[in-house]
Design a protein. Structure first.
Length: 221
């Protein structure tokens, strides 16, 4: 998971986590990620080549972080002959919502006063999703109704402007955890829902700021 400022790497056997490492915000994910994988495998008594699959969070989120994480997952799967299982980050976050939440909007920072926003509705034990959007934060707030829960790392950008009665997912549950990704990944594994590591790309709806600036200077639309 490298979609946020702090990354996480874990190893598991079946549905049981064996170890986890935190990739510190102050250090580069690219520098820390591979050594963390090696250390975790060694601690489990494995060789890296023994891995059967790699579960990776694909965003939206940090452009650089996602590229590093997804490229590392693709290379690792290719080198070991394992499978890649791609989990949209918001799918993991909404799974961590309170049991009483039936409708949840997950938010992430889309930069320049905008938000990634995706609405989910609980249908019995499954979440049904609407299309993800990029919206102005001020416009998005006007769409809220009192029964909607709000979650995601982008909530910190707007929570001071929300009604005190607006239900919010606790801070600890707003970023996807390794055990949640594992649970969703095992479900996809059992259904045979594997990603193609040749074509897998991060999930985001707009170019990065650097790409937008380059297009502006180059006159590219």
């Amino acid at each position: 998971e490298t979609s946020g400022r702090v990354g996480r790497v874990a190893v598991a056997k079946g549905d049981r986590l064996l170890g986890e490492r935190r990739l510190e915000e102050s250090r580069r994910h690219a520098r820390d990620l591979v050594p963390a994988v090696v250390e975790l495998c060694r601690a489990a008594g494995w060789q890296v080549r023994e891995l059967d699959g790699v579960v990776v969070s694909i965003g939206p989120g940090s452009y650089t972080g996602l590229r590093v994480g997804i490229m590392s997952a693709k290379v690792l799967a290719y080198a070991t002959g394992g499978r890649v299982i791609a989990i949209p980050t918001f799918h993991g976050i909404v799974e961590q919502s309170a049991k009483e939440a039936s409708t949840v909007v997950v938010l992430a920072d889309a930069q320049q006063g905008r938000l990634y926003a995706q609405r989910f509705h609980r249908d019995q034990e499954e979440w049904r999703e609407q299309a993800m959007q990029i919206v102005e934060a001020s416009v998005w707030r006007q769409t809220l109704t009192p029964e909607v829960w709000v979650s995601g790392p982008g909530l910190s950008l707007v929570e001071n402007d929300l009604s005190p009665n607006q239900p919010q997912v606790p801070l600890a549950d707003r970023e996807v955890r390794a055990e949640t990704l594992l649970r969703l990944g095992i479900g996809r594994w059992r259904r045979g829902q594997f990603a193609d590591y040749w074509t897998l790309e991060p999930l985001y709806l707009r170019p990065s700021n650097a790409e937008e600036n380059w297009r502006h200077r180059s006159g590219v639309r």
